[in-house]
Design a protein around this ligand. Structure first.
Ligand SMILES: *Cc1c(COP(=O)(O)O)cnc(C)c1O
Length: 591
């Protein structure tokens, strides 16, 4: 248990108080070899914890063990997605913790054990991650599967998982003797039941059963919440009969006493907001969009970042170590990439590009051409991300490749198993790839299977241009473009999410369309803008002014990698969210 009894000191958090931040997330990308994440949300959680360990922040994390992972993706010849379980073996990589806790689900006690993975920072400081596990012989066969599959099963399975995360997580921290948690940080609404567990404790303390405002306020003082998407499917809602079935009468009554009964369904985001002293979106624009969605509570914004040492490719790690030795400890020093000769940036990028192409050849047998402008598009295959916007006018795209210069385009991304539209999008891209292959030599499109952290490391660093085409305003932040920037890869992106802040036109990359706040499907105009940027600016610069292109690459690092990292992000959480005193008052004033 040395992992939690250490002394910490960081900024205002002194050894004396040693109060902790408990970070709850349904998914965490702990390590590339552990498939306990589905996409950006889990990667972000992992990057935050890696930075917390580097910065010696007093943080612990709670998640589920997800023994069968998210899923492994295969793509059939017609582009149909085939999903397989992605089992892994906690025993071989995790430390087993003594003892169990119980969680009441459907009027039975489900036994929960926990594993620990220590995320070690650069100075040796540790952030322990606790992974809850119900696969115990004392549990029923069905209960044993409850911590198997991330986002698997139906709503019933999901509310059971969220019950485990919230109630089980709080019980576990108690069992571990973790006192003085100053902040329970909910990464998305999946973790919102933890507030109910804290409320029950508060009531027990007073010996009451019905909460008053002071009890709610006591919980609120300890909780904060980050919302991650304006997309409705990202906000869990459960029908009341299901809530009553899984949580039981007592907890359902408690929720209704807190005012949730007036809504037709139980909305996890509403619980999280109601019980938090601080709520934030994940980019400045997303903060505004979320404020419109939830007008009754102040929604702040802290823009996401990425863990620089995790996402810099080996050639860039070497270059930064040589030119900016402080960069790992303090990412802000990456600002001084302005002083690195462009030739060095290009050389490092050529190595990363060669490593990507070697990997593509290993996986697909295809040999790509290192002299050709290579575009990357890889992320969850959600429909709002519009992976096919580039193909809106195929004839136009072909003409551009013929006249301005050839293109290679690499795709990757999984669709959620229930997302019919996302799966159709993958099929469409793969079918277009086949047609183009038969039709024209100047455009090569490859869709790589099973996009995950390991593949992401190759793609985000090895392509020459990172493309992002979300439908505004649905991209809350996006982080893969930040990973690309860190590796000197500029973005061509719709002005949404982080790119509203990161785009300096022609300097760090290029914008698609205009920064109009009007939402809705603007895809016709946006595709025209996309083609024009490629044809008139990007392709000519890449082939005919490589020095100018290298300057854009360098500015992407100096201006964007130095800011869009999780070190800076955590400093902002400390200044704005983790120090409770000032903010509770602000929240109260508005309320
Ligand atoms: C970074 C990353 C994501 C998130 O990408 P977005 O740009 O935020 O959509 C998803 N999946 C993997 C494997 C990643 O590495």
């Amino acid at each position: 248990m040395d992992c939690i009894l250490r002394c910490y000191h960081f900024g205002m958090m002194t050894e004396r108080s040693a109060s902790k931040i408990a970070y709850f997330s349904m998914e965490i990308a702990i390590d590339p070899a552990i498939p306990t994440y589905g996409g950006g949300l889990g990667i972000l959680a992992g990057d935050i914890l890696r930075s917390a360990a580097d910065l010696e922040l007093p943080m612990v994390a709670v998640t589920l063990v997800q023994r069968k992972g998210y899923f492994r993706q295969h793509l059939g010849p017609a582009g149909n997605q085939i999903e397989e379980p992605d089992p892994w073996f906690p025993d071989s990589v995790l430390q087993s913790l003594e003892g169990t806790v119980t969680v009441r689900i459907e009027d039975r006690d489900v036994l929960v054990r926990a594993w620990c993975y220590n995320i070690r920072g650069m100075s040796g400081s540790v952030v322990p991650v606790y992974l809850l596990d119900t696969d115990l012989p004392e549990n029923s066969d069905w209960d044993r599967t409850l911590t198997d599959t991330l986002y698997g099963g139906d709503q019933h399975y999901r509310i059971c998982q969220e019950t485990l995360l919230g109630f089980g997580g709080i019980s576990l921290l108690h069992n571990l003797g973790l006192k003085h948690v100053s902040s329970y940080h909910m990464n998305e609404g999946h973790a919102a039941f933890l507030t109910l567990a804290l409320l029950e404790e508060q009531l027990k303390l007073r010996g009451y059963t019905v909460p008053v405002e002071a009890d709610v306020e006591a919980v609120r003082r300890r909780c904060l919440f980050t919302t991650h998407t304006p997309v409705q499917a990202g906000h869990d809602r459960f029908p009341w009969n299901l809530v009553r079935q899984v949580l039981g009468e007592g907890r359902t009554a408690l929720l209704q006493q807190c005012g949730f009964g007036v809504e037709g369904v139980l909305n996890m985001t509403h619980i999280a907001i109601h019980f938090s002293r601080y709520v934030n979106g994940v980019a400045m624009r997303h903060g505004e969009v979320s404020q419109d969605m939830f007008p009754h509570f102040p929604i702040h914004a802290i823009t996401n970042g990425v863990h620089a040492a995790t996402w810099a490719s080996p050639p860039f790690q070497e270059l930064f170590d040589r030119e900016i030795p402080e960069w790992r400890r303090d990412n802000a020093y990456m600002r001084y990439a302005v002083g690195i000769p462009c030739e060095e940036i290009r050389k490092a990028h050529d190595h990363a590009k060669a490593a990507l192409f070697k990997e593509v050849h290993r996986r697909t047998g295809v040999s790509l051409d290192e002299s050709v402008l290579t575009i990357g598009f890889a992320r969850r295959a959600a429909t709002y991300k519009r992976a096919d916007l580039l193909f809106k006018d195929i004839e136009r795209l072909k003409a551009i490749a013929k006249s301005a210069g050839p293109l290679q385009i690499l795709y990757g991304g999984k669709a959620h198993p229930h997302d019919v539209g996302g799966k159709a999008l993958i099929q469409r891209v793969i079918q277009i790839a086949a047609e183009l292959r038969d039709d024209i030599d100047d455009i090569r499109v490859i869709y790589l299977e099973n996009y995950n952290m390991a593949l992401a490391k190759f793609i985000i660093s090895g392509v020459d241009l990172w493309l992002n085409t979300p439908q505004r305003p649905q991209e809350a932040s996006g982080t893969s473009g930040m990973k690309a920037a860190l590796n000197g890869v500029p973005s061509l992106s719709v002005l949404d999410g982080w790119w509203v802040e990161g785009c300096v036109e022609g300097i760090t990359g290029w914008a698609i369309g205009y920064d109009s706040k009007i939402s809705g499907d603007d895809s016709a105009a946006e595709s025209v803008s996309l083609y024009e940027k490629l044809e008139r600016q990007i392709i000519p610069m890449f082939y005919r002014a490589p020095e100018a292109y290298a300057e854009v690459m360098r500015s992407a690092i100096a201006l964007n990698a130095s800011f869009f990292n999780t070190h800076r992000m955590l400093h902002q959480y400390i200044a704005n969210a983790y120090s409770p005193k000032t903010l509770i008052q602000k929240a109260q004033e508005v309320r």
